[in-house]
Design a protein around this ligand. Structure first.
Ligand code: MN
Ligand code: MN
Length: 457
């Protein structure tokens, strides 16, 4: 395996850094699934994609080369470019998730304790809670009011904004805490976010909390009760940054799995008039089991495929089954990149390394490959061929040593349609930590690998 940086000349490196700068900005701005969908639609519309509902409502037919997207509840985005071949011949599908581990605000979050106002939280996804204390945090999300209006909230990103945070015990008094197991050092119920300390004048009880609610009322026109119908996510505040003295890496929040989401999305933007229909799905709820109406187990994707079959010639159940069963998918999610500080968790021949390009995982899962989609070698051979022919840098990996742990993805959910699916994606260090790290050359290689897959699979 050659280090991918070596094959880039000066001009190509410029293209690479331009692309990854776009990526850095994307993950700096888009820290929730909704923000990813919103920005994804802006990018898609600028490239000629239309809302599929415009076709469904008008009954206008779709033709080869047409580009459409579906926005599912503001949390999933599915994009399609209609191919020259009929849809029942199958699609080339890119998939990634846009939810990331974070700390969610509870429905009744506000309380005051000795003149400090706080928010109660419930974390989302797998986090090491001790990583989330004493760092600047931002609030991103929506508050849905009874009148039907939705208020978008982003606090802590503008350098002039205040940030919020979760406190930790001073080392001087932490003797007992330091003896605890890592998963107990910060208890889940203790991830309370500090939001204020000035009492409201004339208020007797919980005056600090009252002052915060007054500020929120003034800025956003929201009341305490509106948090009953809100989704506010507590995420690391601030922009993603170039990482390393050579700026060869990106440090940023939510790269699991927005690194695969952005590269899949941008690959779609490079496709015109494909032979087979190509699709990209950016989905919610992967980190908690792909459940709910916006998780991959929802029928939203199948439903929109049914609509497209109707719009490209006429729906039948058989055509839809053929379409899905004849499809090929790259289910993209991040791999655990080799970390020189922790070599003991890897088996070196089957490990993902920074700078070695996009990673494919024949299987993920844990212990005896439990819960994994085990991709067919015939399918892997076809992918090897098109990537090698197009000089894509790629590697294969397992998440870690056998029995060391494991993880799941959305691959097995799509594979149940009897389509060919393989896990692929970009290597990440610090996975699920507030600040994750990727290699820029791997990000760029992934985008290029997706373009080749869409065009040639
Ligand atoms: Mn993931
Ligand atoms: Mn994850």
């Amino acid at each position: 395996m050659e280090n991918a940086w070596k094959k880039y000349n000066k001009k190509e490196r410029k293209d690479l850094f331009n692309f990854t700068e776009g990526y850095r900005k994307f993950i700096s701005d888009c820290k929730t699934e909704r923000e990813c969908v919103r920005r994804g639609i802006e990018i898609a519309e600028a490239h000629g994609f239309k809302n599929v509902n415009d076709y469904i409502d008008s009954g206008r037919k779709l033709n080869p080369g047409d580009k459409v997207y579906l926005n599912n509840m503001g949390k999933d985005l599915a994009l399609f470019i209609i191919g020259k071949q009929p849809m029942e011949k199958g699609m080339n599908i890119l998939g990634a998730h846009i939810d990331s581990p974070r700390i969610d605000i509870k429905q009744n979050p506000f309380y005051e304790d000795h003149d400090i106002a706080l928010l109660d939280t419930h974390y989302y996804g797998g986090i090491k809670s001790y990583q989330w204390v004493t760092i600047p945090l931002a609030l991103h999300g929506v508050v849905c009011k009874k009148d039907g209006s939705v208020v978008n909230v982003v606090i802590g990103e503008n350098p002039k904004d205040p940030v919020v945070g979760i406190s930790d015990l001073l080392i001087h008094l932490a003797g007992k805490q330091m003896q605890k197991k890592a998963y107990e050092v910060i208890e889940g119920e203790d991830l309370n976010v500090t939001v204020g300390s000035i009492p409201l004048e004339g208020e007797e009880k919980d005056a600090v909390k009252a002052n915060i609610l007054k500020l929120l009322k003034k800025k956003y026109d929201i009341e305490e009760a509106d948090f009953l119908s809100a989704e506010i996510e507590v995420v690391p505040a601030g922009e993603a940054r170039d990482y390393g003295l050579d700026a060869s890496m990106v440090m940023g929040y939510g790269q699991d799995d927005r690194v695969c989401a952005y590269t899949s999305l941008m690959a779609m933007m490079e496709i015109e008039n494909p032979e087979k229909t190509v699709s990209c799905m950016l989905v919610d709820k992967e980190e908690v089991g792909s459940i709910g109406a916006t998780g991959m187990q929802s029928y939203f994707y199948e439903n929109v495929v049914a609509e497209l079959i109707e719009l490209t010639g006429g729906y039948s159940d058989l055509k839809m089954r053929r379409c899905l069963a004849n499809s090929c998918m790259l289910s993209s999610d991040v791999s655990a990149a080799y970390d020189p500080n922790y070599p003991q968790v890897n088996e070196m021949k089957n490990t993902c390394f920074f700078g070695h390009g996009i990673t494919i995982n024949k299987y993920v899962g844990s212990r005896g490959k439990g819960g994994s989609n085990d991709a067919n070698p015939e399918y892997i051979a076809r992918i090897r061929k098109i990537w090698d022919d197009n000089k894509i840098s790629w590697q294969t990996a397992e998440i870690g040593r056998v029995n060391e742990g494991g993880g799941g993805t959305i691959a097995y959910i799509m594979a149940k349609y009897n389509m060919q699916v393989i896990d692929s994606g970009v290597g990440v260090q610090n996975m699920h930590a507030p600040w994750e790290v990727t290699s820029k050359v791997d990000v760029f290689e992934a985008k290029n690998a997706y373009v080749v897959f869409c065009k040639e699979m």
